[in-house]
Design a protein around this ligand. Structure first.
Ligand code: SAJ
Length: 407
């Protein structure tokens, strides 16, 4: 079976490499010519543990990369699915245009699998009409399925192999054919179901996590009011056999947890009070951190915001992804208050994304008095002792010093 993986980003690339490394004939497609050239030149396009080795194996196994769509038996679509901020509904533009391109080249009998996260009902609303417009009969000429990914950035390669996964398809037979491809590398349970259930399950998983983080963040705010240690409270509460509270932080970023719950809010506005509130709580955290910075600056008589440094630009530790990052949200918030000059450093981000972004940790350290830990990268843990003489606001509870400010 020849598989074309469309969209070679954070999900598509590792998936394509994994399949190719396990004997599947794979062609990876992306409309970004530079990205395809980089891959053809033997380089990966983002940092992830184990990715380079997997890439090497896949190249040896004959994976191809192309910016043109090529004929295959199965098309796996892993393109971004942003949400429209105003309507809170999915923006299906990329998925729809990928399907349109597939329709131009595919033969009857092809299977189209959407891996991108989509809001429940997207396949019926947006994908089926495109296939039918091309005079294909769904279920006969073209088969369609949803096999949402579940891998977590930072541990993607391990999770690709070991997580269980869901395949939602029109028929049992097609689900089984798709399963055969995934089973080549996936040691987890593979559950087959219908498309609608697969769509809903994926969004529910990420919404569950968002709500649970919101609970931790709300606790952080409550504890701040009475000067209690939220981390200690969570640590002790979690010793209860049925309590498992997540960690508060400076906000929820990334392209998944901070986006997917909006799909439910957008589609079920009258029924999603809890989900909506959770989103609002998590979105309020960068401003909450800003309030903490202002208080601490006052306490230490730091008058100039340019003596404050944010450590970490990515949305979480040890990844290079800055999408929806709490630090970027905090900077936006500052801009609205016309407070500029705050310094930023992130060892994982090599391109310059914001003003006053430093690429040298030593210089960054020298030029700030208050360090705000926004992300607990491994780099920080290795260099934490170099910050001993600084005032520290640790939003991630990673700094071991006795005197440290927390959320
Ligand atoms: N965060 C907290 N406190 C916590 C855990 C996370 O503040 O206790 C923050 C992180 O710092 C980050 C954000 O939440 O800013 C999201 O990070 P994450 O590690 O929870 O999740 P993602 O976005 O990297 O990956 C999630 C995963 N979903 C679930 O765990 C249910 C992953 O399995 C999915 O494949 C991925 O979304 C996706 O692509 O949908």
């Amino acid at each position: 079976m020849k598989v074309s993986v469309i969209g070679l980003g954070y999900i598509g690339l590792p998936t394509a490499l994994m399949m190719a490394s396990h004997g599947v004939e794979v062609i990876g497609v992306d409309f970004n010519k530079n990205l395809v050239e980089t891959l053809r030149g033997g380089h990966t396009t983002f940092q992830e543990e184990g990715l380079d080795e997997l890439f090497k194996n896949a190249l040896e196994s004959g994976i191809e990369f192309s910016s043109e769509y090529k004929k295959a038996d199965m098309y796996i679509v892993a393109v971004p699915t942003p949400y429209d901020k105003a309507s809170k509904k999915i923006d299906a533009t990329y998925v729809v245009s990928a399907i349109k391109e597939v329709m131009k080249i595919c033969d009857k009998g092809a299977i189209v699998v959407i891996e991108s996260t989509i809001s429940p009902g997207t396949i019926d609303r947006f994908i089926r009409p495109v296939i039918e417009e091309n005079n294909f009969k769904i279920g006969e000429d073209i088969h369609i399925a949803h096999a949402p990914e579940r891998i977590i950035p930072g541990n993607m390669i391990y999770e690709l192999k070991h997580n269980s996964r869901t395949i939602g398809a029109d028929s049992k037979e097609i689900a089984e054919q798709i399963k055969e491809v995934y089973v080549s590398f996936c040691q987890g349970n593979i559950v087959t179901t219908d498309i609608r259930t697969a769509e809903m399950t994926k969004v529910v998983e990420n919404t569950f996590r968002d709500i649970n983080i919101a609970f931790a963040n709300e606790l952080a705010k409550i504890c701040r009011q009475d000067n209690m240690d939220v981390h200690e409270i969570i640590r002790i509460a979690n010793m209860h056999p049925r309590v498992n509270i997540l960690q508060p932080g400076p906000g929820v970023g990334g392209h998944c947890i901070s986006v997917d719950p909006w799909f439910l809010v957008g589609d079920y506005p009258g029924l999603t009070n809890l989900i909506h509130q959770a989103r609002k709580i998590n979105d309020s955290m960068p401003a909450f951190v800003l309030g903490r910075i202002a208080t601490i600056m006052k306490e230490h008589d730091i008058k100039d915001v340019s003596r404050v440094g944010l450590y970490g630009l990515t949305y979480k530790e040890d990844v290079d992804d800055v999408r929806e990052s709490p630090t970027l949200q905090l900077l936006e918030c500052m801009q609205r208050h016309l407070a500029q000059g705050i310094k930023v450093f992130d060892p994982m981000v090599t391109t310059k994304l914001v003003d006053n972004q430093y690429d040298d940790f030593d210089v960054f350290k020298r030029e700030v008095d208050l360090v705000v830990i926004m992300v607990g990268h491994s780099h920080l843990k290795q260099h934490i002792n170099e910050l001993k003489d600084k005032v520290i606001l640790d939003t991630r509870c990673v700094c071991p010093f006795e005197k440290v400010y927390r959320l």
